[in-house]
Design a protein around this ligand. Structure first.
Ligand code: EPZ
Length: 429
C-alpha cells in the first residue's frame, strides 16, 4: 500500500490551483441519468471517487467519454467528461458497488423518475457515523414512490411516474436535498422542499438541472420550489471549485506559516471557515479568481468552533481545523454536530504530540509548542488530510499510511504542496 512521507517544518509559499469540487461532481454525474442526451461536465477532478462513480454509472449503461486534453491543460486543471444515458440496461445498483461509494445511493431518484423503478442497495456502515438514508427514502415516498426493503436493497416503484409533493426535512441533509431535487424535476406537478440544504453543491446541481430544462427556484435557500417537467435535455456545466480543498490548504498555510494564493476558487463558498482562520491570526484576503493566505511570525490564536450545515463551519473541515488548533496558544473547543463519530483523527494527532480530550461531541484541544513526526493513519478522507497538515508543521518525519483515503478526495496533493516548498513524497509499494 502507498504511503506519504513528510519532513515537516517548511513554510508554504506559492500558488495552489484548486480543483473542481468532488461533492458537486458526484451528484452532477448522477444527474446524467435524467436524460437520454449528453451531459458534458467541465472541471471534473481526477479522483478515485469520480472513477468509482463512473464504473457504477457504466453498470447502469451510461456511456462515459473523457474529452482529450486541450492546449494549456495539465493533469491538475480537471477533466471534461461526457455522460450519455440513452441506453439504460439496468436499474439495479448492487451492494458491492454502492458500499464503496455511498453517494451512488442517490441514483435512486433519477432512475425512479425516468424509468419508474430502481433497486438500490442500502450503503451499509461508514467510518464517520451511522449515516442512515431514511430521509432520502421519505423524500421519494413524498413524491409518490412505493418503497420496500428487500434483501438489503431499497426497491422503489411508481405506477404512473413521480408526483409533486411537499417534502419537509426534519434535519438538513445534503444527499436528501439532491435526491429530492432530482426526483421533483421530473415529477408531475409542483414540489416544495422545506428545510433544504443550502450547500453550494446543492446550488450547483440545481443550476445544472436548470440548464437541462428543469424549473427550480430557491436553491441556496431553505425553501426550494420545483415545477416538474416531462423531460430534460443535454447540457454543458462547469463544476464549482472545491471549498473543502480550498479550506484545507488555507489551514495548512495558517499552521506552517508562509504566503499562498489559492487559485480558481471563491471566498463566498467558505466564509465561515475563512472568518475563523482570520480570528486565529492568519491574514486572509480575496484576490482576483482566488484567496491569499498569509501568516508570518505571529502565533496561532485559539478559537472555538461548532460545525453546522452551510453557511456554518463545515464538518468536512473540522479535522483540519483541529490539526491547526493543536499548535494554538491556549485552549480551543471544537464541537461536531453533523456526524456522531467524526473524531477518529484525535488519537492519531495525539501520536504527533497533540493534547486533545474528548467529551461526547466536544473536543477540547490544549495547544502545544510543537508537534513531532510519527507514523500515523486515518479512517476517512478528511481525517487523513488533517494528518498531512499536522505532519507539514511537525518537526521531523511523518509517515501517513492508507493513502487511498486521500486519493478519494484530493487531486494531486503531493504535487500541489510540493511546489509550495513542502517536503512531501509518495512512496509506492
Ligand atoms: C454530504 O454527505 C457529503 N458527501 C459529506 O462529505 C458531508 O460531510 C455531508 O454532506 C455534510 O455536509 C457528499 O456530498 C458526497 P447529509 P451526505 O445527508 O449527503 C443525517 C466528504 O468527506 N441523515 O447532509 O451523506 C446524517 O447521518 C463527505 O467528502 C439522516 O439522519 O450527508 C448526518 O448526521 C463525508 N438520515 C446528517 O443527516 C438521512 O436519510 C447530514 O448528512 C440522511 C442523513
Amino acid at each position: 500500500m502507498d504511503r506519504i512521507h513528510i519532513t515537516g517544518g517548511a513554510p508554504l509559499n506559492g500558488v495552489i490551483p484548486i480543483s473542481g469540487a468532488k461533492n458537486a461532481a458526484l451528484p452532477l454525474m448522477i444527474a446524467s441519468l435524467m436524460t437520454g442526451e449528453t451531459l458534458e461536465l467541465v472541471n471534473v477532478p481526477r479522483l478515485a471517487d469520480i472513477a468509482s462513480l463512473s464504473r457504477i454509472l457504466g453498470n447502469h449503461g451510461v456511456d462515459h467519454m473523457v474529452v482529450g486534453k486541450r492546449p494549456g491543460q495539465t493533469t491538475e486543471t480537471g477533466q471534461t467528461i461526457r455522460l450519455t444515458a440513452s441506453n439504460i440496461i439496468d436499474t439495479t445498483a448492487p451492494y458491492d458497488l454502492v458500499s464503496t461509494m455511498r453517494a451512488s445511493f442517490w441514483v435512486i431518484a433519477p432512475l425512479l423518475a425516468r424509468f419508474g423503478e430502481a433497486r438500490v442497495s442500502l450503503p451499509g456502515g461508514c467510518a464517520i457515523g451511522t449515516r442512515p438514508v431514511d430521509l432520502l427514502i421519505m423524500a421519494m415516498e413524498a413524491l409518490g414512490a412505493q418503497i420496500e426493503i428487500d434483501g438489503g436493497y431499497v426497491v422503489a416503484k411508481t405506477r404512473n411516474g413521480l408526483r409533486g409533493g411537499d417534502i419537509r426535512f426534519p434535519k438538513v441533509t445534503v444527499g436528501g436535498t439532491h435526491v429530492a431535487l432530482m426526483g421533483a424535476a421530473l415529477a408531475h406537478g409542483t414540489t416544495v422542499i422545506e428545510n433544504a440544504a443550502r450547500e453550494p453543491e446543492v446550488v450547483d446541481l440545481a443550476e445544472c438541472l436548470i440548464k437541462m430544462g428543469a424549473r427550480i427556484e430557491g436553491a441556496g435557500t431553505p425553501r426550494i420550489a420545483v415545477e416538474g417537467v416531462s423531460r430534460l435535455h443535454g447540457a454543458r456545466h462547469e463544476v464549482l471549485p472545491d471549498r473543502i480543498e480550498t479550506g484545507t490548504y488555507a489551514m495548512a498555510v495558517a499552521m506552517t506559516g508562509g504566503d499562498v494564493t489559492l487559485e480558481n476558487t471563491r471566498a463566498d463558498l467558505l466564509h465561515a471557515a475563512l472568518d475563523v482562520l482570520a480570528t486565529t491570526g492568519a491574514e486572509v484576503t480575496t484576490v482576483p479568481d482566488g484567496i491569499r493566505i498569509r501568516r508570518n511570525g505571529a502565533g496561532i490564536a485559539a478559537v472555538d468552533v461548532t460545525t453546522d450545515p452551510f453557511p456554518g463551519f463545515p464538518t468536512d473541515l473540522q479535522a483540519q481545523f483541529m490539526a491547526l488548533m493543536t499548535l494554538a496558544q491556549g485552549r480551543s473547543q471544537i464541537r461536531e454536530t453533523i456526524f456522531e463519530n467524526r473524531f477518529m483523527h484525535v488519537q492519531e494527532l495525539a501520536r504527533l504530540g497533540a493534547k486533545i480530550r474528548l467529551e461526547g461531541d466536544l473536543a477540547i484541544v490544549e495547544g502545544v509548542e510543537r508537534l513531532k513526526g510519527a507514523p500515523v493513519m486515518a479512517t476517512d478522507l478528511r481525517a487523513s488530510v488533517s494528518l498531512v497538515i499536522a505532519g507539514l508543521a511537525a518537526e521531523g518525519e511523518t509517515q501517513i499510511n492508507r493513502v487511498y483515503h486521500l486519493d478519494r478526495g484530493f487531486e494531486a496533493l503531493e504535487a500541489k504542496l510540493g511546489r509550495c516548498g513542502a517536503q512531501i513524497q509518495r512512496v509506492r509499494s
